[in-house]
Design a protein around this ligand. Sequence first.
Ligand code: TLP
Length: 350
Amino acid sequence: MLTRPIDLRSDTVTLPTSAMRTAMARAEVGDDVYGEDPTVNRLEELAAQRVGKAAAMFVPSGTMGNLCALLAHCNRGDEAIVGDQSHIYNYEAGGASVVGSVAFHVVPNQPDGTIALDNLRAAVRWTDDPHCAETRLICLENTHNSCGGTVLSPEYLASVAAFARERDLLVHLDGARVFNAAVALGVNVTELTRHADSVMFCLSKGLSAPVGSVLCGDEAFIRRARRARKVLGGGMRQAGVIAAAGIVALETMVDRLAEDHANARMLAEGLAGFPQIAIEPARVQTNIVIFTLRDGWSADTFVAHLRERGVLMGDMGSGRIRAVTHDGIDAGDIAETIAVVAEVVRGVRG
Ligand code: TLP
């Protein structure tokens, strides 16, 4: 048993840094529903500027950020095209349909997290026939969580943006981990975000802030999104206390994501050494490692055995297991994880 658990379930388990705690304690605050919290205002300006948009809105979660985006872009009865592996479709409780009467038009994600242009083309409804919902929005995800933290390239994003313009559609980017994508590619994040009308990114994942995400877009869009956030009960008051950590996250925690990517690759390479594990290390581009087990071993038993020995991973269903690297996990933890996996593999077999 390890002296402390190695928690690879998600990068959402990251803890605020001491610089964040200091900034939180000292944050100047006001009532943000009146637009009077100076720290929230500063975070929103910084976030908008980082992703190259005119305006931004602080929200308590990525789920609320995506939902506000869909509500601000779409009218009741409109259709949003989403990937079948997307977080918006699978893990956000169908919010846009529940709250906004927005229909999801689900198309396949490719293994690399993209949606093929042919699939987009086929999904758009060309007609003003009243039988059909009106296509309004395309949602993309970068990095793509369920596809294994894969990175959507600027070229691909540009091709979707061009397609959307041609068809008079909008593009929303679920960029919960868009800074991981930018760091992996070695480009400024605006190379990725400029192809979308709106982008949501999370402060509370790899960037280690305790709470919060930011939705960015043009001024008119953010005005509509603020109304949606109010409907959802997401108008916060002295939110500067948490926004302060978000500022530290953006200013100090982006470049270090490269370490998480290197650790994820190290983990993937270690796992590939076990014949019982199916994984292609070359496909691990950022901080998410997804693998399956061979020979009919069950993922939940494997995950339970790891847990008993102090290593936490996520069972994603369909036999898939996810491990996510983040601040607080170093190369030594990865070596220990691989040693624990070796024990489990031997134990379960023997
Ligand atoms: N993802 C979480 C879980 O919900 C699966 C995780 O542990 O990875 N978009 C993407 C791509 C996400 O991965 C997540 C969270 C969200 C949106 C939602 O963010 P929160 O959890 O802040 O609502």
